[in-house]
Design a protein around this ligand. Structure first.
Ligand code: PMP
Ligand code: GLN
Length: 414
């Protein structure tokens, strides 16, 4: 932007104070600057930096290859066959059925597709609608593990509630159970658990999961799960919290097709759970998007019905990519936390002299032609110091891209 543009931008921001909940929403996600202007998310900033500098984008978590051909073809077919108008509010019946079949096939959960399943605009909308539906004011608290996926803090702030965090610490990123117990009280409306976990790649132990259920029962809280990486686990099958004893009645389980079918731009997600909880989520969801993605709904149903070998195959492929990335990071001089699931690997840039991961990531395209995300983007300001030198790299890229990134990162080793 030229000088005129800058003057214009700064005079507008000086002259106009736009009231509304947007400010606390942006502030909740740590995106309000001292000037009161909302910044783009870290993903938008870093992907733009990758485009601008031509660096390899190991920042934002999206695959650089298409998913299964039959899923893509099913979307084309749907468009060609007129699936282009509003679908039913809860989702097209075939997708509702496919989600129920999927939950039964992988987790042994029997769902009534008409009452216990809701299709949403990605997991993002399911999360937002669930939190907005269940939080009811400034006394309410939502407990999350920290670092956390950025949308959680934004939506909790929009809802006007308090975010209470339980730290996950380098290098295994499992919570301390005493700290978890201390965080959950009778003010806790929701315990929100992302498993497998973004950004750390942690898969929580059975002990952690059962403590979450026990605490939710003890304090009458609802559990919301974010399981978008459910099929991207490396050490055995994913175990949803909803399947644990005492969990079902108080759990909304959320997932989406984006990661599983490499269709992150389609934004087909879902929430499953007891009918009354699903109805509560629907009561809010219908005023957010109402419905979305008509032709992508049957296509996602096709994906959910792929054979087991597809699902084990994507985990194996990602695991070998994780290993290529991890070896590259170690060779470059990082300390590396080996993830058990998700797209991501967290590396400590401290041994390379970094003291501030955000500065390190902003300089990385120039230094090594690679983009990554600082973990501080997923923390509250108070706890930023704890994660000051940690950086998240995405492994969901072509192997040749990961190999090239590894070769470039060797520049850091000096
Ligand atoms: N939760 C987590 C943990 C994520 O990493 C993402 C990012 N893709 C989402 C939710 C959002 O999922 P969707 O694209 O389906 O809205
Ligand atoms: N889930 C993706 C990630 O963590 C980003 C999605 C987004 O840009 N909001 O990288």
């Amino acid at each position: 932007m030229g000088p005129l543009g800058l003057v214009y931008a700064s005079s507008v921001s000086r002259m106009r104070v736009i009231p509304g909940a947007w400010r606390r929403t942006a502030a909740g996600a740590g995106l309000i600057g001292a000037d009161g202007v909302a910044r783009p998310t870290i993903f938008a900033e870093m992907s733009a930096l990758a485009v601008h500098t031509g660096a390899l984008n190991l920042g934002q978590g999206f695959p650089d290859e298409d998913g299964p051909a039959e899923v893509l073809e099913a979307a084309r077919e749907a468009i060609a066959h007129g699936v282009n108008q509003y679908p039913p509010g809860r989702g097209i019946p075939d997708l509702l059925a496919a989600i129920a079949e999927h939950q039964h096939r992988f987790y042994g959960v029997s769902l009534d597709p008409a009452r216990e399943v809701l299709v949403t605009a990605g997991a993002t909308e399911a999360l937002a609608a669930s939190l907005l539906a269940l939080i009811d004011g400034p006394e309410d608290e939502v407990v999350v593990f920290e670092p956390f996926y950025d949308s959680y803090a934004a939506v909790v702030a929009l809802a006007g509630a308090r975010l209470v965090t339980v730290p996950l610490r380098w290098p295994d990123f499992q919570p301390d159970l005493d700290q978890l117990r201390a965080a959950v009280t009778d003010r806790t409306r929701v315990i929100l658990v992302n498993d497998p976990h973004n950004p750390t790649g942690a898969v929580f132990t059975a002990e952690v999961r059962s403590e979450v259920v026990a605490l939710a029962n003890q304090h009458d809280a609802v559990i919301i799960t974010d399981e978008v990486y459910e099929h991207l686990v490396f050490g055995g099958p994913h175990a949803p919290i909803a399947t644990m004893p005492g969990a079902w009645e108080r759990t909304i389980s959320i997932s989406s097709g984006g990661k599983t079918f490499s269709t992150t731009g389609w934004k087909i997600g879902w929430a499953t759970g007891p009918a009354d909880l699903v109805d509560a989520v629907l009561a809010v969801k219908q005023w957010l998007t109402y419905v979305s993605g008509a032709p992508f709904q049957p296509a996602t149903a096709t994906g959910l019905r792929l054979p087991d070998s597809y699902f084990t195959g994507i985990a194996q492929t990602l695991q070998s990519k994780r290993d290529v990335l991890g070896a590259g990071l170690v060779a470059a001089g990082f300390d590396v936390s080996v993830p058990s699931g998700s797209y991501f690997t967290v590396a400590d840039a401290g041994p390379l002299g970094a003291t501030d991961a955000a500065d390190f990531c902003r300089a990385l395209p120039q230094r090594a032609g690679v983009v990554a995300i600082p973990l501080t983007a997923f923390t509250t300001p108070e706890n930023r110091r704890e994660y000051a030198t940690l950086v998240r790299f995405a492994a969901c890229k072509r192997v040749d891209v990961l190999e090239e990134a590894a070769a470039r990162l060797l520049a850091l080793a000096g």
